[in-house]
Design a protein around this ligand. Structure first.
Ligand SMILES: Nc1ncnc2c1ncn2[C@@H]1O[C@H](COP(=O)(O)OP(=O)(O)OP(=O)(O)O)[C@@H](O)[C@H]1O
Length: 584
């Protein structure tokens, strides 16, 4: 229960509702006890009339009529309060589920890029949905059934012992066995259903991937192999499901067997006592009803125990993520204005998961409004520079300053708000094109969206679609070409009107003519913005004020375009190579 203590803050938050729920549960339970007692009384009255102990039929009728009225009234009230009980306690569990999901989601938002690299998306999704769902079972049904069972026991057991102690003992005897067996059975069911669940995630990952990669599958003609793998997986799934079904099938027969055994004991012991004149006939009937009333709550003890155990495991998994301290922390509460003067002072950086040192003693400076082009072989550390500027990671060694302040001492929000980044793999949401562009500026007007799209040279493409800017992208809509995606992603960055614009090889999929057009536009609007362009193409570096050439994490050349095409080295080689390609 240690892990589940995390939920106490929510129980305190909803303490009013919880107390009301407990009270209602107790009331509902008390009203449900009326019926067996009064049915027992009624049968005793009838028995006494048959035995001629009562001779006046009117008294019998009056008594029966009164009992019926009370039974109907008490049952109606019990039903009404049971309804209210569910409305309060189950509702609380939904509130707790909602709050917990929000808490986990908020934590996911705060966690750094590194965390996402170390944990699989499926696992993140599972903890916020499956695990929170299991914890909800503890916050609602488990609490509700526990209160019901405790109330029932507290009222019923003394009542049974007062009415007929010997029959009471024999009635209660098989119940702990029932509870234990249900507990054991539930554990076995849960073990097998976890296996089925895990298998289902595997199967859905496989099918999802085979649908997403259908073009590759078709192009390589491997449909038969995929079909065979799928068949084998489904067969495996069938076996796992059969294991579960076999255990599940024991549940109700076992319940019925144990209820039957309790009933037989009551009838046998109670019957003997009745024959000996130790108890009245009505008491026998009353006890048979008690057995049936007790069976389900006793069974729930086993059920609730396994729910709590599962919730504990799930909450542990949730707490593991909630306890992670985000690597990137905002240390400055107040907003800090950002001009965009960037300076790297002897910066080195190693990715802790791969242990790759992506940057080695990198130093450069860039004034606000200047453009820097970063050129270099693949894997030389270009993207890492951009990630460090936007504080996706913190440096191990050296300092990055913006406006002469170390970036760790800048307000993280201000920093990221001042930066627009166009990543290498343009990611667009399954929304309309307009929504995707407006992602950079939520309150952007239609005109601003169009201006940004024109700027990124994608407007003509967009209006060519039947629904224009309202065209839905992704799985539910159309698929944009690589170049179109890159340009929509540029429009999204531009509309934000940032002080610092970071372009990570984001023109690689557009033709040189469009590249030229976009670069001219960028130059026009970035006069007072700091811009960094990462590229493999010399043409992208042409208008830059400064160029640095990276190789294996080190700056091997730096200078202006004119300087570098004259200087022997990687840049000149690339220039000559791309020049000759152009001539071909
Ligand atoms: N998230 C990461 N985790 C671990 N290692 C990484 C990560 N990102 C990059 N690396 C490694 O760091 C080195 C530099 O990568 P980076 O992406 O900065 O290169 P790049 O110059 O941008 O390459 P490209 O031109 O191919 O985009 C590479 O060796 C890469 O394998």
């Amino acid at each position: 229960m240690k892990e589940l203590q995390h939920l106490n803050k929510y129980f305190i938050k909803y303490k009013g509702r919880l107390l009301l729920g407990i009270l209602i549960t107790i009331i509902a339970q008390v009203f449900s006890l009326f019926a067996p007692k009064l049915i027992g009384n009624s049968l005793t009255v009838v028995q006494k009339y048959i035995d001629k102990e009562i001779t006046d039929l009117a008294i019998v009728k009056d008594e029966l009529f009164m009992n019926i009225l009370i039974i109907v009234g008490a049952s109606a009230l019990a039903a009404f309060f049971t309804f209210l009980m569910r409305q309060t306690i189950i509702n609380i569990s939904r509130y707790v589920e909602y709050d917990l999901k929000n808490e986990v989601y908020q934590q996911y938002q705060n966690l750094s890029t590194n965390f996402y690299k170390k944990n699989r998306t499926g696992d993140l999704m599972n903890r916020i949905s499956e695990d929170v769902g299991k914890v909800r079972m503890y916050a609602g049904p488990a609490i509700m059934y526990s209160i019901r069972t405790i109330t029932l026991f507290a009222c019923l057991i003394p009542l049974m012992f007062i009415t007929a102690p010997k029959v009471a003992i024999y009635t209660l005897l098989p119940l702990p066995i029932l509870s234990f067996l249900i507990y054991k059975l539930n554990r076995a069911i849960q073990k097998r259903s976890t296996i089925v669940q895990q298998f289902l995630s595997k199967l859905s990952t496989f099918t999802q991937e085979s649908f997403s990669g259908v073009s590759v599958i078709k192009a390589y003609g491997i449909e038969p192999q995929i079909k065979q793998t799928f068949d084998e997986m489904v067969l495996e799934g069938k076996q796992k499901n059969m294991d579960l079904v076999k255990v599940n099938a024991w549940f109700f027969p076992m319940m019925i067997l144990l209820i039957g055994a309790s009933n037989i004991l009551v009838i046998y012991i109670g019957g003997k006592q009745f024959i000996n004149g130790e108890i009245e006939f009505g008491v026998l009937a009353e006890f048979i009803m008690y057995v049936n009333m007790l069976t389900w709550p006793v069974a729930t003890i086993g059920w609730v125990t396994s729910i709590v155990q599962q919730a504990e495991v799930s909450q542990k998994r949730i707490n593991e993520f909630l306890d992670v301290v985000p690597e990137i922390q905002n240390q400055i509460a107040e907003a800090t204005p950002i001009q965009g003067n960037i300076e790297f002072k002897d910066v080195s950086f190693t990715y802790d998961d791969t242990n790759i040192t992506a940057l080695k003693n990198v130093s450069f400076s860039l004034h606000s409004g200047e453009t820097l082009a970063i050129v270099g072989k693949t894997g030389s550390g270009k993207t890492t520079i951009l990630d460090l500027i936007s504080r996706m990671y913190d440096t191990d060694h050296g300092v990055i300053e913006i406006d002469q302040i170390a970036i760790k001492n800048l307000n993280l929000n201000s920093l990221r708000n001042a930066i627009s980044i166009v990543p290498q793999d343009a990611f667009l949401f399954s929304e309309t094109i307009k929504e995707n562009i407006k992602f950079g500026k939520e309150d952007a007007t239609e005109e601003e969206v169009i201006a940004a799209a024109k700027f990124a040279s994608v407007h003509e493409n967009i209006i060519g679609f039947k629904k224009g800017y309202d065209t839905i992208l992704g799985e539910r809509g159309i698929t944009l070409s690589g170049g179109q995606k890159q340009r929509v992603s540029i429009a999204r960055a531009i509309i934000k009107d940032p002080n610092v614009l970071l372009l990570d090889d984001c023109l690689s999929a557009v033709d040189t003519e469009t590249e030229e057009e976009i670069l001219t536009n960028i130059q026009r609007i970035t006069e007072n913005k700091t811009t960094i362009i990462v590229s493999h193409r010399i043409s992208s570096a042409k208008n830059a004020d400064k160029i640095i050439v990276l190789d294996d994490g080190r700056i091997i050349q730096n200078g202006s375009y004119d300087d570098l095409i004259e200087e022997d080295g990687y840049f000149k080689e690339l220039y000559l190579k791309q020049l000759s390609e152009k001539d071909l």
